[in-house]
Each structure stands twice: as C-alpha cells, then as structure tokens.
Design a protein around this ligand. Structure first.
Ligand code: ZN
Length: 393
C-alpha cells in the first residue's frame, strides 16, 4: 500500500529506518548492533552508518559488557543527562504534566483539574511547565509534547475541535511556548497513546510493532492508528483528524452526545459512560451520586452484580465498535488504553464475543489486549516530545 506523504513529520523530514532505528535503541537499550540489524531486518553496515556519527557527537554511547553466555559484546544506548523533555496532557477533567529524560526516567509528574475555558487552561499549563523547567534548569530543554482530546491541525500546533471540552480553534503551541527555539508539538491524545504503546512494544524483544490500533477509552473514545511502524494521522487537509471514531453512531436515535448527534460510540463504551449505564439511565435521586468508573470497578470486584453487568455492557458496545474499526481500517491488532483498562478483567470477555459476533466474514487472527492507562495520560504527551526529537537527530 502506498501511503504517499502521510508519514512525514511537521518539519517534512521523511521518517524512515533511521528514526525507527533510534526508537528501537531507546526502547530496547542496551542493545548490540547485530540485535538492531536482526530486529529491523537491515544490514549491520546501515546500523553503523546511522550510529557512528551519533557516537562521535556523544548522543549515543557504546559500552562493552558480557552477554548471558559470558561473551563480551558492545552495547549501544543513548547518553543520559544531555537534555530533558516536558509534556502536558490536557484532559477533559484532569490534566497531567511531567518531565522526562531521554532514557525514559520520569523526573517529575503533576496533575491539575482542567479549567473549563481554554485560555485559563493554557495559562495553568504554561505555569506548570515553567515550574518544571525551573526545577531542571541545569539541562537543555529539547521539546514539549502536548496531548489534546480532539483533532489537531496538520502542523500539530493548534487544536481544531475538542467535543468534550467544547473548545474550538485553540492556539495550543503558542500558549505553551515557554522557551525560544524549543518546539511544542500538539498531538491527539489517542495518537500519543498509540505512540507510547508502540514504543512499549518495541522494548519487548519478541515483537516489533508494525500495524495496530489503540482504542483510548476514558471520558470519550478516540482511536490512534499505527501503520507500517508510523502513526497515521490522515492525509492532506484532513491530516490530524484520523481516528475520530468516538462519534460514529452505534445506536440509532440513542443518547444525545456533546457533538450534537445521538447514539455515538463514546456514549456507550467510554469509561465515563459507565455511570449512566449503572444508573439504568435514571436521574440520580437527590443526594445520590452517579458512581464514577473506578467506583463501579471496585463494586464489581466486591460482587455487585449491577456493577458487573454495567462493565459487561460496556464491553459489548466496545466490541461492536472495535469490529467496525477493524473492518474499516483493515488492522486487526487492537490495544485498549485509558481508564477503561482498570476494569479490563470484567470487560475483555464481552469485548471478544461482540467482535466475534459482529465481524464480517468471520475474519480470524484479530486480537484485543489491554495496554497501559499511563500512555493515555502524561506519558503519551512526553512520548510526543521524545519522538519529535528522534526525527531531528
Ligand atoms: Zn458524538
């Protein structure tokens, strides 16, 4: 399949084997040159061509150590303490900020309640980023990654529309530019979760990511796609909007959604849909609170049948939507991210049966597994910053 110019970064550098190679080193370090060559299916000489200039610059280190068979090997890894990255995930209810080193060491993490208007939210995030920057002022800042719950412009600078926040056309990168010359990259939160999962997968010696979908279910639902080892955002003027499956209609004439339509997938299969499903769509009595997703999971663990059947219903709706996404994208490996992961043991069964039932032609070989809720939050945003940096080396 020819994806044309789809897999190009905002700076128009083609993302090729080099960025992939650097990502592999970062995910699986320390790693030998032969291991890299084998896992990427490339020649050792092309590993050398890419690695040697970076070793000379001090960005990569090569150190000798004994392998498990007692043989001396030379291992590549990224030098630490050269720079830091900052990230902020602007969530619908809560936002996270963090600082990370290139080797993945999290230096700091913090959370704040997202102010409802974009201007105050950006001011708050800006202030939090500045605080972190001051704390780690001794190291250069190489990038700021931002996760947003909506679609971004093709250059990954602005948020176009976030339905659950009712924000439109927000100049996010401008609002968070805390240091001259330091790039701010604004990414859809499901795409950043996909980037996080992609690298987590790369770190495992048995798998090299290639094609998969991340379904992020939290306050809403978003889908991130990785095709041919790269996140897919859409093409041309529609770049930045791919994966907006949360608002596909799953129940005709169903529950009203913030987007103006009815029966959207996220009204039935997001973590935040659990409360109203649990209440049987009845309004809470005075003094009664609609339980949150994590409360429902706790109740289910304590044997509450209504809580269990709520999670099973979510699993059923989730599976119906996933079958649609698999059929629509032709990608059969699915990873679940976001708050929903906390209740996965109750949800996985119904998800699998719903997919089995709904998939056309009884396609075989699909898989759905739980990823990490962290990728859907601050760590995904940090991944965006690190990933951008790797494409510049
Ligand atoms: Zn909707």
């Amino acid at each position: 399949m020819d994806h044309g110019g789809a897999f190009r970064d905002t700076n128009k550098q083609p993302i090729g084997k080099r960025a992939l190679l650097l990502r592999l080193i970062l995910s699986a370090q320390p790693i030998t040159r032969s291991q890299i060559a084998e896992r990427l299916g490339i020649d050792r000489s092309s590993v050398t061509d890419n690695a040697n200039p970076l070793i000379r610059e001090g960005i990569l280190l090569e150190e000798s150590a004994l392998d498990e068979n007692g043989r001396r090997q030379r291992y590549l890894s990224f030098a630490t303490d050269r720079n830091i990255f900052l990230g902020v995930n602007l969530g619908v209810r809560h936002s996270q900020v963090g600082a990370i080193k290139l080797d993945g060491q999290i230096l700091d993490e913090d959370e704040f309640v997202t102010p409802p208007d974009p201007k105050t939210a950006l001011q708050t995030a800006n202030q939090k980023l500045r605080e972190l920057r001051r704390k780690y002022a001794d190291l250069p800042l190489s990038g700021i990654g931002v996760g947003v719950p909506g679609m971004t412009d093709p250059l990954r600078q602005n948020l176009i529309y976030a339905p659950n926040l009712d924000w439109r056309s927000v100049a996010v990168a401008d609002g968070l530019a805390i240091e001259p010359g330091v790039p701010v990259i604004v990414e859809n939160d499901s795409t950043s979760a996909a980037m996080f999962e992609a690298r987590a997968m790369m770190g495992r010696a048995d798998s090299l990511m290639s094609d998969f979908i991340v379904v992020r279910s939290g306050t809403g639902i978003g889908v991130g796609m990785v095709i041919g080892n790269e996140v897919y955002r859409g093409t041309g003027i529609a770049r930045g909007i791919a994966g907006e499956f949360g608002h596909m209609t799953i129940v005709a004439g169903g529950k009203p959604c913030v987007c103006g339509n009815r029966g959207c997938w996220e009204k039935y299969a997001s973590a935040s849909a659990a409360g109203s499903l649990y209440m049987g769509d009845r309004a809470p009595r005075p003094g009664q609170n609609v339980p949150r997703f994590l409360d429902i999971v706790t109740r289910a663990r304590n044997g509450d049948n209504r809580a269990k059947s709520t999670l099973e219903k979510i699993g059923d709706y989730l599976g119906i939507g996933i079958a649609n996404v698999i059929m629509g994208t032709g990608i059969a490996r699915v990873i679940i991210s976001g708050r929903l992961v906390y209740g996965w043991d109750f949800i996985v069964g119904p998800v699998n049966s719903a997919i089995e039932r709904s998939i056309i032609g009884k396609v075989e070989g699909w898989s759905v597994e739980a990823g990490s809720p962290a990728g859907a939050a601050g760590k995904g945003a940090l991944e965006v910053a690190v990933d951008r940096y790797l494409t510049t080396l």
